[in-house]
Write a new protein. Structure first.
Length: 224
């Protein structure tokens, strides 16, 4: 039964993989406390990588909601006008809730290059809940390494003058600071009806979906 179950998972995940893989066309940008691989075609990140420490969560810096275009993006990032009256939230990839360590960290979390169009019922409920679940891991860890982003395959919906792609799925890949555990979330872009743990898959499975290698050097056993 176990092998039949794994076969079903592999077949279902294969539907995410497209020959038109936009992850091959991206530019890496460094920020104060995160790095980002940016896709110009869909005006958002392929992934954002960041490390969460206790000061990032329990720091004194308050959220300012100071959204602004990212002037460092070579061909220009999405702008506020792209999201206006679109019906989509400016959904953080690196959350403001883990950017409390410094004013610069908080400001950079509100760059439009760190945003992806998310339905309100997804962004404000399920996605927010998963972000909170990841932060809870700090109770037993000094740090957590996270890759997060949209699945940029098979996109057929766009918003704004800059044609920001609307993803159909989002993900998070999580590695505990002590390297004792690694796992990923792969979630549909809709109101999440299931308990969050039911969206968990292995790092190995997520890498197969996205054709990306997240934690270089991580043991194959841990990835599976």
């Amino acid at each position: 039964m176990k092998y039949a179950f794994l076969f079903v998972i592999i077949i279902s995940l294969s539907g995410f993989i497209s020959d038109d893989n936009e992850h091959d066309a991206h530019i890496l940008y460094e920020r104060n406390d995160y790095e980002m691989s940016y896709c110009e075609k869909y005006e958002q990140a392929v992934y954002v990588k960041y490390t969460i420490n206790k000061e990032d969560v329990y720091g004194s810096i308050k959220r300012k909601n100071n959204f602004k275009a990212d002037k460092e993006i070579e061909e220009g990032s999405a702008g506020l006008s792209d999201y206006r009256k679109s019906g989509y939230d400016r959904g953080h990839l690196k959350p403001a809730a883990v950017s409390k360590g410094s004013k610069l960290d908080m400001d950079q979390s509100f760059l439009m290059s760190n945003m992806s169009p998310q339905l309100p019922e997804f962004n404000r409920q399920g996605w927010k809940g998963i972000e909170a679940e990841v932060r809870k891991l700090l109770k037993t860890q000094d740090s957590i390494i996270v890759y997060t982003g949209p699945v940029l395959n098979n996109i057929d919906s766009f918003i704004g003058e800059n044609r920001v792609g609307v993803p159909n799925h989002y993900y998070k890949a999580v590695l505990l600071g002590d390297s004792s555990k690694a796992f990923a979330y792969l979630v549909p872009h809709q109101k999440l009806e299931k308990p969050y743990k039911q969206y968990i898959i292995s790092i190995d499975s997520l890498e197969s979906v996205l054709q990306l290698d997240f934690f270089s050097g991580l043991s194959e056993l841990l990835e599976k």
